[in-house]
Design a protein. Structure first.
Length: 306
């Protein structure tokens, strides 16, 4: 009886075990399926991220190529600018060397002009003295001739030799003519210079009353204050300063022997002053002399007309 019960229970037990095995296998399958789905999702995400990174890498490679090309262009430009800077430095050194060799001070320049004027005056005095000597010699000859031979006859009518009379008379006339011509020319030039100085003083006064204009014989000194010379906070000429500088350049152009001595600080604005004067009067740069480090503020223009 007992055997029969166990035999009857065995099929039931076998069926239970089979059902449990099936349930375990189904659970593992579902778990493996979920893991596979997660792996596929991860692989898809990795592939998407790799595509994004590849696109970024291509963009960075292109940017790097552009930067390298720009760097090469900048390097070539830098080399060109270095060569130009070197050339400008050499030209500046050559100009400075030439300028240093020909630069003279204002006092030396004025002294040379005054010496030339004195020499001209001395020459005129010598010619006057020589003419007076010739007059005295001629008078002595006339008196001696009168004392010896009575009243002198006209050599052209008598056909007699003049004994140097005509030669002395001709030399006297030539010397007197030269003296008179030089004196008249000198007087005319002095008058023309003084009138031009007066006109220049008036023109400068119309621009600004702060400018000091002083006549010094054959020279005219123009002192420009700093507030008129350049615009506030700038290293370039103001409109009023430019107008005055142009007037000085035009006045200097009317006299072939004139020169301008510029005394001021600041090389950049001094170069602009020289350029404006030369352009306004069409003057050669050699007639505009620059003395650096003259005045701390403002500028001094000395127009010399010997």
């Amino acid at each position: 009886m007992r055997v029969t019960r166990w035999q009857a229970a065995l099929p039931i037990l076998a069926m239970g075990l089979a059902a449990g095995g099936c349930m375990v296998a189904s659970s593992k399958y579902e778990m493996k399926t979920k893991e596979a789905d997660a792996l596929r999702d991860a692989i898809a995400g990795v592939n998407k991220e790799r595509s994004v990174l590849e696109a970024k890498n291509e963009a960075l490679q292109k940017q790097l190529a552009d930067e390298q090309e720009a760097n090469a262009a900048l390097s070539a430009r830098a080399k060109s600018q270095e060569a130009e800077l070197q050339r400008s430095s050499e030209e500046l050194a050559s100009a400075r060397k030439s300028y240093e060799g020909t630069r003279i001070t204002r006092e030396q320049f004025i002294s040379e002009l005054l010496e030339k004027e004195k020499a001209t005056g001395k020459r005129i005095q010598d010619l006057n003295s020589r003419a007076q000597s010739c007059e005295a010699a001629l008078e002595n000859l006339r008196k001696d001739s009168t004392a010896r031979y009575g009243e002198p006859s006209d050599p052209k009518k008598d056909g007699e030799p003049s004994d140097g009379y005509e030669e002395l008379k001709r030399e006297r006339d030539i010397l007197l003519g030269r003296v008179e011509r030089l004196t008249e020319e000198h007087r005319h030039e002095d008058k023309r210079r003084d009138e031009r100085f007066a006109a220049l003083t008036e023109a400068i006064g119309k621009v600004s009353r702060d400018v000091s204009v002083t006549p010094l014989g054959p020279a005219l000194r123009v002192e420009l204050p700093d507030k008129l010379l350049s615009a506030k906070g700038k290293s370039q000429l103001s409109p009023g300063g430019r107008k005055i500088v142009e007037e000085v350049g035009k006045a200097a152009a009317e006299f072939p022997t004139s020169s301008i001595l510029l005394s001021m600080a600041g090389k950049k604005i001094a170069a602009e002053v020289r350029s404006v004067m030369a352009s306004a009067g069409k003057l050669p740069p050699a007639r505009i002399l620059y003395k650096p480090g003259g005045q701390e503020k403002g500028a001094e223009l000395l127009l010399l007309v010997p």
